[in-house]
Design a protein around this ligand. Structure first.
Ligand code: URA
Length: 472
């Protein structure tokens, strides 16, 4: 039965999708048309129904089911973070219409469907910008101990703070930090995340010694050969510059780019600046690394592990889902298979330094699953900076690269595994590179093909073991 009169729904939080969904569902079940509902932001104005509001009675057990496609729910969850006060009403109008037209969302020409899509895109962009442009500043303690507290100021366009909280907690789990914004704040003490009230820019510190580090870091990764000023401004709009210490370098870098580029071309190399000089410093630096888009995904960097003076270095492609969760290389299914083959070859994994060509897990989200994606050649090349740093410090006598990405990470060019496996490739520092297949490749095979590849893998490991004994 259609309820007469008007209803006002005040959201407890501006991004509270669950609340909106429960209310919207009950309103649809009560047959309340969109023009009879006022959706009000917490503390917001625009209550057209003031004085005439009524509480919504709970729908009875016999209430009809409410139809909403999974795609709609996904888009609505994102779009609800938009700052447009009209978003709740738009979502409700769409939900209402969807009851009679379940495939409404497929109509890309529908103005309301388009608006929903635009809103979701704008929110995703804002989430991405926050991940890329938040810069922490040290406010307490400077000794690297537990007293260090980092604070960042950021001005999001939309209500994305909560949606991004998990990313910052995972990425900066071992730091005590606060992110202050005009829409609210987040505080993490290495164990508990708390939400706080909106802040002002003057609540955040203006500068500290880490700024110089950021500047140096960006100056070192800045590659004039790739400089496209238009694209850079699009990615990093000027409004974010004021909170980014390294932005002070931009005009200077742009001005110097041409001459630096010609110098580098003349020298046949692109310089990258100074690299951290200890494995623990590399570990810290890769967690902050955003030199390629993989660093902006919701993941964490996974550092290599093993003895600092290992004679054998084993290189994989990139951490997988389980490695990302555990923060250690080769602990998932590929790692377990590798362990079995290493044992068969008589190689003690604990004596090797095990790492990856790419330090972050590249994936696409499909529902709850994170599906592995192969890094591009460019991403592998960018991450060589860190792999080379590890190799310089560990100085292994022999490096075993497993799979095409690892081989590229070592050689800087793509090679065919079947052509280069089974023989040593001398490296410039006197050590040797050996290349073999990646254990994940074996996992994808079955039957005789799996047996054949396992045999080849065992043969490669046996050759590596023999050669190691000669070299050490
Ligand atoms: N695959 C890799 O290449 N590396 C890992 O750490 C795990 C799986």
């Amino acid at each position: 039965m259609r309820l007469p009169g008007a209803f006002g729904v005040t959201l407890p939080e501006p991004d509270d999708f669950e609340f909106w969904r429960d209310q919207a569902r009950a309103l649809v079940q009560r047959d309340v048309p969109p023009d009879r509902v006022a959706w009000i932001e917490p503390g917001g104005a625009g209550d057209l129904f003031a004085g005439g509001r009524r509480r919504l009675p709970s729908p009875g057990a016999d209430a009809p089911p409410v139809r909403a496609s999974r795609a709609f729910v996904q888009l609505a969850k994102t779009a609800i973070c938009h700052s447009d006060p009209e978003r709740f009403a738009l979502l409700y109008r769409l939900l209402w219409r969807m009851q009679g037209s379940p495939r409404l969302l497929e109509d890309g020409a529908d103005p309301e469907v388009r608006r929903l899509d635009e809103m979701a895109r704008a929110v995703r962009r804002d989430i991405h910008k926050m991940r890329a442009f938040v810069r922490f500043r040290l406010v307490e303690g400077g000794d690297g101990g537990a007293g260090e507290h980092y604070v960042a100021w950021f001005e999001p366009e939309h209500h994305i703070l909560r949606a991004n909280a998990g990313f910052f907690v995972r990425r900066f789990a071992n730091m005590t930090w606060s992110i202050l914004t005009p829409r609210g704040s987040l505080h993490w003490d290495r164990a508990v995340l708390e939400e706080g009230p909106p802040a002002q820019r003057s609540d955040a510190p203006a500068g500290d010694p880490t700024e110089e580090l950021w500047r140096r870091y960006y100056a070192s990764i800045f590659n004039p050969a790739r400089l496209k000023v238009g694209a850079m401004l699009k990615e990093m709009p000027r409004k974010y510059w004021k909170n980014m210490p390294e932005a002070a370098l931009i005009p200077e870098l742009v001005a110097g780019a041409q001459s630096r580029e010609s110098q580098m071309v003349a020298a046949g190399t692109l310089e990258m600046g100074e690299r951290p000089t200890s494995l623990s410093a590399i570990d810290k630096a890769i967690h902050a690394c955003r030199m390629c888009p993989i660093g902006l995904l919701d993941n964490r960097a996974v550092m290599g592990e093993g003895p600092r003076d290992a004679a054998l270095m084993i290189v994989g492609e990139q951490p997988g889902d389980q490695e990302d969760l555990a923060g250690r290389p080769f602990v998932g299914p590929a790692g377990q298979l590798l362990d079995r083959h290493l044992e068969r070859a008589g190689i003690d994994r604990r004596s090797a330094y095990v790492t990856n060509a790419v330090k972050h897990f590249k994936f696409v989200q499909r529902g709850k699953r994170r599906l592995h994606q192969t890094p591009t050649a460019k991403e592998v090349d960018i991450c060589r900076w860190w792999l080379e740093g590890e190799r310089e410090l560990v100085q292994p006598r022999l490096v075993l690269a497993m799979g095409a990405s690892a081989a590229r990470g070592m050689l800087g060019k793509t090679v065919s595994i079947s052509k280069v496996r089974g023989a040593p490739h001398p490296l410039e520092d006197g050590s040797e590179l050996w290349v073999t297949a990646h254990p994940s490749y074996l996992l994808r095979l079955d039957g005789p093909a799996r047996e054949e590849q396992s045999r080849l893998f065992d043969a490669d490991l046996a050759a590596v073991k023999e050669r190691l004994e000669e070299l050490t």
